[in-house]
Design a protein around this ligand. Sequence first.
Ligand code: PLP
Length: 410
Amino acid sequence: MDTQAVRRDFPILRQLVHGKPLVYLDSAATSQKPEPVLRALDEYYRTYNANVHRGVHVLSELATERYEAARARVARFIHAPGPESILFVRNTTEAINLVAYAWGRAHLRPGDEVVLNPMEHHSNLIPWQLTARATGAHLRFLDLTPTGEIDWNSVDRVLGPRTRLLAVTQVSNVLGTINPVAELVAAAHRVGALALVDGAQSVPHMPVDVTALDCDFLAFSGHKMLASMGIGVLYGKPDILAEMDPFFGGGEMIDEVTLESATWKEIPWKFEAGTPNVAGAISLAAACNYLDQLGMAQVQEHGSSLAHYALAQMQQIPGVEVYGPPADRPRGALVAFNVRGIHPHDLSTILDQEGIAIRAGHHCAQPIHQWLHIPASARASFYIYNTPAEVDYLIAALQRAKEYFAHVLG
Ligand code: PLP
């Protein structure tokens, strides 16, 4: 991959922050946007902005055509059987809530079980807590190995005849663990349960094939994969979606309405009440084109090798603790860590002065921090525009931060 050519496509990276070149290492929170995505957004608003599926006029027809083409493009990106299995939502959080409400509340009975694990983002935990509370279902949790991977011994123990759904992230946003999702989906299916995959940190970074995974649902966010904010996707197997009731009611999703009752459109539209984020969907299609041109295998190789490079260097610095699988295991494009004696928030403030953007805190994943027995962590996350030189710059800045604190604290 020609990283320098990629970088030229990202105008935001050309700026200085506190007088230093911006080193953006926070793509797990949100990615930056390349020119083709910015152009697609600009072109939409400048030349064919209109509401979709409504007016019978040229602009509306064009907007509708591009919106539906975006759906088909996203379907191809994740190897979905067809566009009807792609629901446009706001983000991963909304996608998972849609399943928890529209599927969970209709199907879960008292005593049924939803299986999660401690590395889940709050987006894949709280919706299930709420649904369990409403239905009387129980949450059960797989164990993790000491290195932060799913412990297979617990899979056979926890999954059972009461399991209705297994919900699991494909890549942990804190540990960087890549979970063996195909095997977990198969284990869920063996006990007659459905499987939902949180793809927020995987779809932007690695080839994901929902047909090969055989997952029933996959949720992901456009803004983490070069597209604009406010557009996300829920993939669902068409027969499961067809059988589900809508999540939101309103305009666009109906077939016929009387004062007393209504019938729904077919999937996917029965799940898309109200005016959708047309520009967002179009930007997501442009993002899929961009990523596929680079090749998702190359995208994965690039992000994962930067993470491994950072991990190897951090492990050499006394007082730096890194989390997640060891260096010889696969890893997503991120490393969470702590520098002894420096709160991650202080560390990120110091790094910010050097032009480096990292994330600090619990990354919306408090249970995994409890599991690690730490209150918070710092996280460097990488994407197609990051370079080994930026990792070196981060490592040098970490060394300086350590020395500075050692000096101040005596
Ligand atoms: N799941 C994982 C693993 C994530 O990393 C994130 C975002 O950080 C989310 C879900 C939630 O994504 P969003 O805030 O776009 O809904």
